[in-house]
Design a protein around this ligand. Structure first.
Ligand code: NDP
Length: 293
């Protein structure tokens, strides 16, 4: 076995970017993907095509998985001999699934790290790109250098669920922000504007968020929710304005209506003179809990 051999399981845009970085770095790379055809460029550049995921794991001491979720790992590696191998699963999933997966892998005699990548495929191999990783410290120490070729790893401790927790916190920020952008563009389009028209103003607002977060985080942690800067009543009125601007434009208002409901709950709870940061407490006493659909 080549000392720096790496296998990549899952060749979506992310797995392909990872395999390409290892090829560039001179590693011996084995790849496997469920559907054929996604490895063509990589094989042309010297990657070895495994016939099965089990064969990919057998080919290298270290296997990186980049799949849609954790369940895909069970499907791909059902019946595979994992003993003595190290798997690093950089597929997104919820913390409890990551913990279950760590037990599943341990029962099969392999070491396991879990992680979440904070950049798009274009960021793989680029300076400043990061990923959360967690799992046994000695396993991380043994493979850190190889993993850091892909992204700078941010070790989040032994709990295999922790990397996914930090990753999903980032994703809550990311997806709600992107949905905000999509909503703004939908309203803009209804008025004959384009995404390009929205872009500079959306970017300005997004950039300013760092200041808002930096202001509110320590106050929230200190339990300070005074309405000295923002009153929830003012924020609720503003949220009604965005809801009605969207409704007047004839676009979908489902997300903004849910948003407005939250602020109305704040008013109904008598929090109108406090900061909108009081909503954190309301979100911890959910009116809507669980997952539907
Ligand atoms: P894709 O959805 O494009 O690719 C998913 C991969 O999972 C494909 O190789 C697919 O195989 C495979 N797969 C899905 N189901 C199964 C299954 N049941 N058995 C075996 N293989 C399966 O994802 P990306 O490459 O974009 O992302 C990979 C991971 O990285 C995801 O967890 C994603 O959340 C995360 N990520 C992605 C980012 C991005 O911008 N793309 C950014 C940060 C993280 P097939 O080709 O056969 O469908």
């Amino acid at each position: 076995m080549h000392p720096t051999s790496v296998s990549i399981i899952g060749l979506g845009p992310m797995g392909r970017a990872m395999a390409a970085v290892y090829l560039d770095a001179g590693h011996e790379v084995t790849v496997w993907n469920r559907s054929p055809g996604k490895d063509t460029d990589l094989v042309a550049r010297g990657a070895r095509r495994a016939a099965t995921a089990a064969e990919a794991v057998a080919a290298s001491a270290l296997t990186v998985l980049s799949l849609i979720d954790v369940d895909a790992m069970y499907t791909a590696l059902d019946g595979a001999d994992l003993s003595g191998r190290t798997l690093v699963n950089l597929s997104s999933d919820v913390p409890d699934k990551a913990r279950e997966a760590a037990l599943w892998v341990a029962e099969r005699g392999a070491a396991y790290l879990t992680g979440g990548v904070n950049v798009p495929p274009s960021g793989i191999g680029q300076e400043g790109s990061t990923a959360f990783v967690s799992g046994p410290e000695e396993v991380y120490a043994a493979h850190r250098e190889t993993l850091d070729l892909l992204v700078e790893t941010d070790y989040r401790g032994a709990d295999p669920g922790h990397a996914q927790l930090y990753y999903q916190l980032n994703m809550i920020m990311f997806w709600t922000s992107m949905t905000g952008f999509h909503q703004a563009v939908a309203v803009a389009q209804a008025h004959g504007l384009t995404a390009a028209d929205v872009l500079p103003h959306a970017a300005y607002t997004t950039d300013s968020m760092r200041g808002f977060l930096g202001f509110y985080a320590p106050r929230i942690d200190a339990g300070e929710h005074g309405g000295d800067v923002d009153r929830l009543a003012m924020c609720a009125a503003s949220v009604e304005h965005i809801l009605h601007t969207a409704a007047d434009a004839g676009v979908d208002t489902g997300i903004l209506a849910a948003h407005a409901d939250l602020f109305r709950r704040g008013l109904a709870a008598g929090l109108g003179e406090d900061s909108s940061s009081r909503l954190v407490g309301l979100l911890r006493e959910p009116a809507v809990a669980g997952v539907s659909g």
